[in-house]
Write a protein that binds this ligand. Structure first.
Ligand code: ADP
Ligand code: MG
Length: 204
């Protein structure tokens, strides 16, 4: 079993599209009310690029997607998700098993951290991505693969997302609010759950 690159990107786009209003509403509370619009625009560009020319290898597909996200999303989230896919694609290379996916997912997370300098607990997408990466590593170490490993990653991402609500934001626009950012779920952690959920749906 493997996560199919093209299906993952398309499923992510579909989930973002379905949740765009929710993401924007969350960003209205702590930011500038554009996270849903930003993500929808970026993922639509990524899907359009796939439709235009499907690259020969998954690595190239991830790179093309990264470029669409970096170019297509105006906000902070574009370069961050772009970096995730860039690093993921480089790390996945030609591997396709659950262990390869876990390793590449961690490389993607490390890219996001290197670029955005957010640590777990800063109330960002890292708060959903890091628990997902940890869950994947645990599942691989336990010999679990495929659907069960991805299910665990989704559950961990959701728990991490929900745990952002009481936090005070220390990165991004929400940090300008200081203590007033507490009591709101982070938009980027919410879209990061969709990224993991899309990967689960792309298992073939
Ligand atoms: P902008 O904040 O520029 O309007 P978006 O609204 O698209 O961009 O994205 C906001 C989300 O990006 C936040 O909810 C947060 O999860 C994430 N984010 C912002 N800054 C950082 C950072 N430095 N590191 C990681 N994630 C970040
Ligand atoms: Mg915003």
């Amino acid at each position: 079993m493997r996560v199919d690159a093209a299906i993952w990107i398309r499923e992510f786009a579909a989930l973002v599209d379905a949740h765009a209003e929710e993401l924007t509403a969350l960003d209205a509370a702590v930011g500038d009310a554009d996270h849903g619009t930003n993500m929808r625009r970026g993922l639509a560009a990524a899907v359009a690029a796939l439709d235009d020319s499907t690259p020969a290898t998954p690595a190239e597909m991830y790179k093309q997607t990264a470029m669409a996200l970096i170019r297509g999303i105006g906000g902070a989230s574009g370069p961050l998700y772009g970096t995730f896919f860039l690093r993921f694609g480089t790390a996945i290379d030609s591997g396709s098993g659950t262990a390869d996916f876990a390793r590449a997912f961690r490389a993607g997370l490390e890219g996001v951290i290197a670029r955005g300098k957010a640590e777990p607990g800063d109330k960002t997408m890292v708060d959903a991505l890091a628990p997902a990466a940890d869950a994947l590593d645990e599942q691989v170490a336990a010999g679990t693969s495929g659907p069960d490993a991805l299910d665990a990653a989704v559950a961990a991402a959701e728990t991490g997302r929900d745990a952002t609500t009481p936090l005070i934001a220390r990165k991004g626009r929400a940090s300008y609010l200081g203590e007033r950012s507490a009591g709101h779920r982070d938009p980027g952690a919410t879209s990061a759950v969709l990224l993991v959920r899309a990967a689960r749906r792309a298992l073939r």
